[in-house]
Ligand binder design. Structure first.
Ligand code: KIV
Length: 286
């Protein structure tokens, strides 16, 4: 029996979900309308068929199959080892288990930077796996890649500020776009908008510049560690749900899932040891 069907007690839509997103499928025109109408956009990462439908049923507009799956799911210490096959498998699982949210899949490190042709070949695999858009890191230097993908019919979300695939040149996770970096961020943001990106993620940038760019750009801005004024917010779902003890300072934990899972597993261990599980309801004698 499959265990990936929607849990029975999960509501099918959040009462907070704006009417705009009661659409059968959230698409790029809904993202543009949300920006125009000032409706905050919600995005969470998702990597599997167990979790994605729960996040969708809670009303999340966009599910990001992020290459953070390298850290969160695969146990790597960075996103650099993540392969296109890793992303393809996770994207397919999220796509198979959801029906309304827009699925945005990350192009992993090494799968797009060198040419439009390479980017197109990689993005095509993610789209065939079920993505509705891809995300890639970088600004001015990647504008021609964004333009190439968009002209081939692939919606692109850009990612600026702290870009984890460049952690070795950026010197690790640190706020970007301060001081002289502000002008570079402005140039990058204008370049990705001009290239045809439908949205841009700003990661770890000062709230003041994220606010300014949200006002000046025509495309939706989605912040993570970028303050309250972007058009939308994104978090790694397990950070949001309090799965582990450590979370970055820009995260608010909205649950204690790690604690709940630990307690459930420890109750199970106790029940097996004291032979109270399985109980009479859990088996048949003949
Ligand atoms: O991979 C990811 O989770 C991301 C978010 C941090 C935006 O790119």
């Amino acid at each position: 029996m499959s265990h990936i069907t929607q849990p029975e007690n999960v509501p099918t839509a959040s009462s907070q979900t704006p009417a705009l997103f009661s659409a059968k499928r959230v698409r790029i025109q809904h993202i543009a309308r949300a920006k125009a109408e000032g409706i905050p956009l919600t995005m969470l990462t998702a990597y599997d068929a167990l979790t994605a439908p729960i996040l969708e049923a809670a009303g999340v507009d966009m599910l990001l199959v992020g290459d953070s799956l390298g850290n969160v799911i695969l146990g790597h210490s960075s996103t650099l080892p993540v392969t296109l096959e890793d992303m393809e498998r996770a994207t397919a699982a999220v796509a198979r288990s959801t029906s309304r949210a827009m699925i945005v899949a990350d192009l992993p490190f090494g799968a797009y930077e060198d040419s439009v042709e390479h980017a197109f070949a990689s993005a095509t695999r993610l789209m065939k796996a079920g993505a509705h858009a891809v995300k890639l890191e970088g600004g001015e230097s990647r504008a021609h890649i964004i333009a190439g993908l968009v002209s081939a019919g692939i919606p692109v979300c850009a990612h600026l500020g702290y870009t984890p695939q460049s952690e070795n040149t950026l010197g690790g996770p640190r706020v970007q776009g301060r001081g002289d970096g502000a002008d570079a961020l402005r140039r990058d943001a204008e370049a990705v908008e001009k290239a045809g990106a439908f949205a841009v993620v700003f990661e770890m940038v000062p709230s003041s510049i994220a606010t300014e760019l949200t006002q000046t750009l025509s495309i939706a801005t989605i912040g993570i560690g970028a303050g309250p004024n972007t058009d939308g917010q994104v978090l790694v779902w397990s950070d949001m749900a309090g799965y582990s003890d450590w979370t970055p300072s820009f995260v608010r934990t909205f649950g204690e899932l790690g604690r709940a899972l630990h307690d459930a597993a420890s109750d199970y261990v106790d029940a097996v040891r004291e032979r109270s599980f399985p109980g009479p309801d859990n088996y048949k004698n003949d």
